[in-house]
Write a protein that binds this ligand. Structure first.
Ligand code: SF4
Length: 328
C-alpha cells in the first residue's frame, strides 16, 4: 500500500521524523504560479507558488508550514481556509543561542509527532528512528560526494529530488566521465528555487560560468548536518533536533551562522563571484544585500526575481551574463 504523503518546504522540518511515523516526506519544489488559485497582493512569488501547489495537491495527506517568515505564517491561514488539507504550523525559534530556544524546537517536534499520530501515524521507537536517521545520513553523504561527478544543474536537482521524492528517485549511477570543470566559479545564495529556476545553472554555464556552491535553501545550505548517533544514544530525537536546529539561515537572530557557514564553503571552492537570489517582496533577503556586500570582498550580483511569470526576465538573464563576462 502506498504511504501517505506529508508535504512541506522548510528545511527545518525533518524528513526522518515524518518517515519514522510511517509517512512519505515530500519537500516540494513548486512551479511558478502563473495563474494564482488564491491571488495574494505583495507576496513573495515563492510563497504564492507554494500556496498554489498545496491548495491543488491531490497526493498530499497533510501540509506542514513553519514560522520562519511572516509571509509563510500568513500563508498558513490562507492554505487552511482555502482547502481541506489538514495543516500543521510549526514554530521555529529565530533565536538560537539560548538553550530554551533549542528546547522549544524539540517540543515542537514532539507536538508535530502527535499531529502525525492523529493522521494515522505511529510514534516510532528509538530503534526505528535511529535506523531511519542512519539511512538518511548515508543517502545525504552519498549525494554530497557526487558533487564532483555531476554538472551544477544535475547536482542541485539531485539534492532537490532526494528531498522531494526520497532516495528511490535519485539516479545513483555516476556518469563515466567527470564533467568539464571549466568556467568561472560562482556561488548562488538565497531563498528556495522554483522548479523553473533550475535551468539557470545550465544558462550560467553557457555564459562561461559554473555554480560551484549552491547555497540556496533548495541546495546544500538547506541540508542538515551529519548525525552523530553516539552523542545521544538513548535519545535519537534529541540528536535529530540538535542537528536540524543548526541549519544556517537568514531568518536567525543573530544570523552569523549563515556567514560562518558561507565563509567555510567559499574558501573551499575558490569562488570568484556571488549571485544573491532573492524574490521581490522578500524583506528578509533584501535586508541582507548590503550586509553581504560589506562582508565579502567578492563581487556580488543582487538579482530580484519576480518569478510569477514563467522563467526569468530578459533583463535578469542579461545581468547574469554581464556579471559572468566581467569576471572572466
Ligand atoms: S523567499 Fe523570503 S518571503 Fe519568500 S518564503 Fe523565503 S523567507 Fe519567506
Amino acid at each position: 500500500m502506498k504511504k501517505k504523503t506529508i508535504i512541506y518546504t522548510c528545511p527545518y522540518v525533518p524528513a526522518e521524523w515524518i518517515a519514522a511515523h510511517g509517512f512519505c516526506p515530500s519537500r516540494i519544489i513548486p512551479k511558478a504560479a502563473g495563474n494564482p488559485i488564491v491571488p495574494m497582493e505583495g507576496v513573495c512569488p515563492y510563497v504564492q507558488a507554494f500556496v498554489n501547489q498545496v491548495t491543488t495537491s491531490r497526493e498530499a495527506t497533510a501540509v506542514v508550514m513553519t514560522t520562519v517568515c511572516d509571509q509563510m505564517r500568513r500563508a498558513f491561514d490562507i492554505v487552511t481556509s482555502s482547502c481541506k488539507l489538514p495543516g500543521f504550523l510549526m514554530n521555529i525559534p529565530s533565536t538560537w543561542q539560548h538553550v530554551g530556544a533549542q528546547k522549544l524546537y524539540l517540543e515542537e517536534l514532539k507536538r508535530f509527532g502527535r499531529f502525525l499520530v492523529t493522521l494515522g501515524g505511529k510514534t516510532p521507537s528509538n530503534k526505528f528512528l535511529t535506523e531511519i536517521m542512519l539511512e538518511y545520513n548515508n543517502a545525504r553523504s552519498s549525494i554530497l560526494a557526487m558533487r564532483k561527478y555531476l554538472t551544477s544543474s544535475q547536482y542541485s536537482q539531485t539534492i532537490a529530488t532526494f528531498n522531494r521524492d526520497g532516495k528511490e528517485a535519485v539516479s545513483w549511477t555516476l556518469p563515466k566521465d567527470k564533467p568539464p570543470m571549466a568556467g568561472t566559479s560562482l556561488a548562488i545564495i538565497g531563498g528556495p528555487l522554483l522548479e523553473e529556476s533550475f535551468s539557470l545553472f545550465d544558462e550560467i554555464e553557457n555564459y562561461g560560468g559554473r555554480i560551484v556552491l549552491d547555497a540556496t535553501e533548495t541546495g546544500e545550505r538547506g541540508i542538515c548536518g551529519h548525525f552523530d548517533m553516539d552523542k545521544h544514544q538513548d535519545d535519537p530525537l534529541r540528536e535529530l533536533a540538535d542537528t536540524y536546529f543548526c541549519i544556517p539561515d537568514v531568518f536567525r537572530r543573530p544570523n552569523n551562522r549563515l556567514y560562518d557557514w558561507l565563509k567555510e564553503q567559499l574558501a573551499n571552492r575558490e569562488v570568484r563571484g556571488i549571485i544573491l537570489w532573492r524574490y521581490m517582496w522578500c524583506d528578509m533577503w533584501h535586508a541582507e544585500v548590503h550586509r553581504l556586500k560589506k562582508w565579502t570582498e567578492l563581487p556580488v550580483l543582487d538579482i530580484d526575481v519576480n518569478a510569477n511569470e514563467k522563467g526569468l526576465s530578459v533583463r535578469t538573464h542579461l545581468r547574469i551574463q554581464a556579471f559572468v563576462e566581467m569576471l572572466q
